[in-house]
Design a protein around this ligand. Structure first.
Ligand code: ASP
Length: 286
């Protein structure tokens, strides 16, 4: 065991209205706790990322799972991904309807050959692999938020393994079948034990066109997590849209950066296991 664990979760790069602050804070901390309980007793980074994201998918304040924004047909279509930095296995699902926890469908795909399954194929996979199914309409929350707020998590476990995950309802009024960066490795997420892990949120087409996660992975060693994200996401002005990202490296260094008004981020580690949550740029300097 290498003796160090770290968990970063985020609830989206977005604008958080004052009345939504409390739900964002408590939601991120609850997600953090679900993951830290596992990491603290030697659990794997993959398990911690899945556990954290499942909490965020359950809460309507986040655009993932229950509470996802609706596509142009008024449906909840979800994308999610998991990556294991030990093996470089990727499991991702896109434009998926009728499951309660899309991240668990992605997790179930992790050891399978396909990297990404979409739509009816993703649903059939989830059904055949005992992922919890629900009536698609039951995923529509009455008080869901609008705006960008994919959720994500990155973890380093006591064995030095790194994992990353994302989950999203996509963009409001998007075309049926549309997928953004969140289920695409090298765009919305990546994990490699030798380099680090990253999870992004924001305007999916812009993030994908920049291959932002790949850029961040390429720069982490030289610049560290925060500056690597800043360097990649500063280029969002070339493609348009807001974005935010969280990242860590094998030494447990962490960082995040966003050009959106807010970015809900929570961080815990072996040295500070209770964790802390940040919503605003100003808070990041406190
Ligand atoms: N990145 C997500 C997407 O484009 C949206 C979001 O961050 O909420 O699907």
């Amino acid at each position: 065991m290498k003796g160090r664990w770290v968990l970063l979760v985020h609830g989206g790069a977005k604008e958080i209205e004052p009345h939504e602050e409390e739900d964002n804070r408590t939601g991120c901390l609850e997600a953090l706790q679900a993951g830290t309980e596992l990491l603290g007793r030697g659990g794997s980074a993959v398990d911690a990322v899945e556990a954290s994201i499942r909490v965020l998918e359950r809460l309507p304040v986040f655009n993932a799972g229950f509470g996802s924004v609706l596509n142009v047909r008024g449906e909840v279509e979800m994308c999610a991904a998991m990556m294991d930095g030990a093996t470089l296995d990727v499991g991702a699902v896109g434009a998926l309807m009728g499951v309660r926890h899309p991240v668990s469908a992605a997790r179930a795909m992790l050891r399978k050959e396909p990297v990404l399954l979409a739509g009816a194929g993703a649903f059939a996979f989830a059904r055949d692999n005992h992922v919890e199914l629900v009536a698609p309409e039951s995923m529509v929350a009455a008080h869901r938020e609008d705006g960008h707020d994919t959720v994500g998590a990155v973890a380093l476990d006591l064995n030095g393994n790194i994992a990353a995950g994302t989950s999203t309802g996509g963009l409001e009024d998007a075309a049926k079948g549309r997928m953004g960066d969140s289920p695409m490795p090298g765009c919305g997420f990546y994990a490699d034990n030798k380099i680090g892990g990253v999870a992004l949120s924001g305007h999916g087409e812009g993030i994908a066109r920049l291959a932002a996660a790949a850029q961040i992975m390429g720069a982490i060693k030289q610049l560290g997590p925060e500056q690597a994200i800043e360097k990649a996401l500063s280029q969002m002005e070339r493609v348009g849209g807001d974005a935010g990202g969280i990242a860590l490296d094998p030494d447990g260094r962490t960082g995040w950066w966003h050009n959106s008004p807010h970015f809900a981020v929570a961080l815990a580690s072996r040295d500070a296991p209770d964790g802390r949550v940040w919503l605003h740029k100003a808070e990041e300097k406190e």
